[in-house]
Ligand binder design. Structure first.
Ligand code: G4P
Length: 531
């Protein structure tokens, strides 16, 4: 038990969120560098070459040189065992990106100092807020010209509605970037170029009280500006409050430059102290404590066809409590089957390692014989409980699907249904008809290509996709109380239903959602679907 508790308590499982190009990969790389997991920064992914190498599981990834799947990285640092969940960006953004956040205990938000909060960060942030997990902010690229520091903080507060607490404060930016002022230590940490982070920077610390030395280093103007800003900051900014941080109400903010390796280790150290150990998770019998309870886990992602020759599926699960041992029997709650998990593995970038044990906080991938679904629970055979389901996130792109060869109806329905079960796409039907017309909804447009490719290569079915103009979907939260035939809509609204027959509404414009609510008193619409 002693060992179990220690093992679990030293785990930290978090996701990194950002808009593409803010520096997520670079920051992750530097974390790994400190952890000794890699020797030289640049070896995780050097865009063109390595991004390829990271996960060339799927044919489509190889063809396009992008990573469709998100990967998990585990490394050791200073006694901690760290699990980083990578959230894919760009056009490969998908519902999986959201689901990954369901498996994390906290999130690191990387923001480009010259851009502030960007679209993708905003979307991912919403999921963090829904889960009330702690969020830590790293404002990156201070070695480039940055926005005004107060404006950057204001932007986070206004755009995301979370209070900020700067832990350090930048002195200049771009060519005149001199370092940061550490508010806790009350000293200035100086910046020196580190040849793009390939060697350790020689940072020195100058206490704020040594004014002459400070002037000598940053110059009179920057020193005056810094002193003024510190005064303002000490008077105006939110006090640091760990409880608020852990409740996801306050985000500690750090400034640095991932590329030149400035402020990264300091951020990592603070972050590890402030973030939480694996958190208890809610199940239908109450909260499940990670240490007190025997092994349990839930499936948050299913990845199909990683190995084309075998057409296998891998289910990724987050261990929520206890210890997992490879040869033990576990129960899949949804099917009530007791089984051994087949070839449990840790999936690390391009490396897959067969595991003999893992602990609460860890992520494992197991071969799925076709029985797991997103949100499913695994526990010990003697136990019986289910974790809360993972919500269905709103797709933002829709298309009508038509098969080219109508004779292949059966394969088409089977293929599209299976792919939807894995959670890569969502499928809907016209409100008044059956499966003859299928509408597909996706979170990221690349999923359309994935669907077309997989139907062709795995099910031998060719399809045509006809894009639809809708961008907003709403579930009807109180469908029992609403008579849909009497619903007063707008001209850009479309009624559809999901495969279980639940009614949904599609809209071209977001303002139409409000109009329909106004026109139909008592109607309740929701942005998340319940599984
Ligand atoms: P992402 O994973 O969030 O998409 O971002 P990534 O780390 O790939 O960084 C995007 C670009 O920004 C990269 O340049 C990277 O080198 C650069 N970058 C990251 N952190 C910093 C920083 O602190 N300062 C500066 N100046 N640049 C930074 P690239 O030219 O697109 O790629 P590469 O050719 O350098 O790999």
């Amino acid at each position: 038990m002693g060992n179990l508790k220690e093992e679990i308590n030293r785990r930290r499982t978090f996701a990194i969120i950002s808009h593409p190009d803010a520096g997520k990969t670079t920051l992750t790389e530097k974390f790994l560098l400190y952890g000794g997991a890699i020797n030289l920064a640049g070896s995780v992914k050097g865009k063109a070459t390595a991004r390829h190498a990271v996960s060339d599981w799927m044919e489509i990834e190889k063809q396009r040189g992008i990573s469709v799947t998100s990967s998990v990285l585990q490394f050791e640092y200073d006694g901690f065992c760290i699990n980083i969940l990578d959230t894919p960006g760009h056009q490969d953004f998908s519902e999986d990106t959201y689901r990954t956040l369901m498996a994390a205990d906290s999130a690191v938000m990387v923001i480009d100092a010259s851009k502030g909060v960007e679209a993708q960060t905003r979307k991912l942030f919403k999921v963090c807020v829904m889960r009330k997990i702690p969020i830590f902010t790293f404002i990156n690229k201070m070695d480039r010209d940055a926005n005004d520091t107060f404006d950057l903080l204001d932007d986070i507060e206004k755009e995301l509605g979370i209070a900020t607490c700067p832990m350090n404060w930048p002195i200049g930016s771009g060519k005149s970037f001199k370092g940061v002022y550490d508010r806790e230590k009350r000293c200035v940490i100086t910046y020196s170029d580190t040849e793009k982070g390939t060697k350790e920077g020689e940072a020195t610390e100058i206490p704020l009280s040594e004014l002459d030395k400070l002037t000598g280093f940053v110059g009179e103007n920057l020193k005056e500006k810094l002193l003024e800003e510190i005064e303002l900051l000490d008077g105006a900014s939110a006090e640091f409050d760990l409880e608020q941080v852990q409740a996801g109400e306050l985000t500690p903010v750090f400034f640095g430059s991932a590329l030149t390796n400035f402020g990264v280790e300091d951020f990592l150290q603070h972050f590890l102290q402030m973030t939480t150990t694996p958190l208890p998770r809610r199940a239908d019998i109450g909260l499940i404590d990670p240490v007190e309870h025997d092994f349990s886990a839930f499936v948050f992602k299913i990845q199909a066809n990683m190995n084309k020759a075998h057409r296998d599926r891998i289910a990724f699960m987050r261990i929520c409590s206890g210890k997992f041992e490879a040869d033990m029997d576990v129960k899949h709650v949804q099917s009530q089957r007791v089984m051994r998990l087949s070839q449990p593995q840790q999936i690390m970038a391009n490396d897959r390692k067969i595991l003999s044990e893992a602990y609460a906080g860890d992520i494992i991938g197991v071969f799925d014989p076709g029985i797991f679904s997103i949100g499913d629970t695994l526990c010990m055979p003697k136990e019986q409980f289910a974790y809360e389901g993972i919500p269905t996130f709103a797709p933002e792109h829709f298309a009508r699907v038509r098969q080219v060869d109508t004779m292949k109806r059966k394969q088409f329905v089977k293929g599209i249904t299976q792919i939807a079960q894995e959670g890569a796409i969502q499928i809907f039907q016209e409100f008044n008809t059956g499966m003859e017309e299928i509408i597909v909804g996706v979170v990221g447009v690349l999923q359309f290509d994935v669907l077309k490719f997989r139907l062709e290569s795995e099910y031998n079915v060719e399809i045509r996709l006809e894009p639809l103009p809708y961008e907003h979907i709403r579930w009807i939260a109180n469908k029992e109380e609403v008579d849909l035939t009497k619903l007063v809509g707008t001209s850009d609204m479309k009624k559809i239903k999901d495969m279980k027959g639940n009614p949904l509404l599609l809209f071209v414009n977001s303002w139409s959602v409000g109009m329909v609510l106004d026109r139909n008193k008592g109607l309740e619409l929701s942005e998340f679907g319940k599984n």
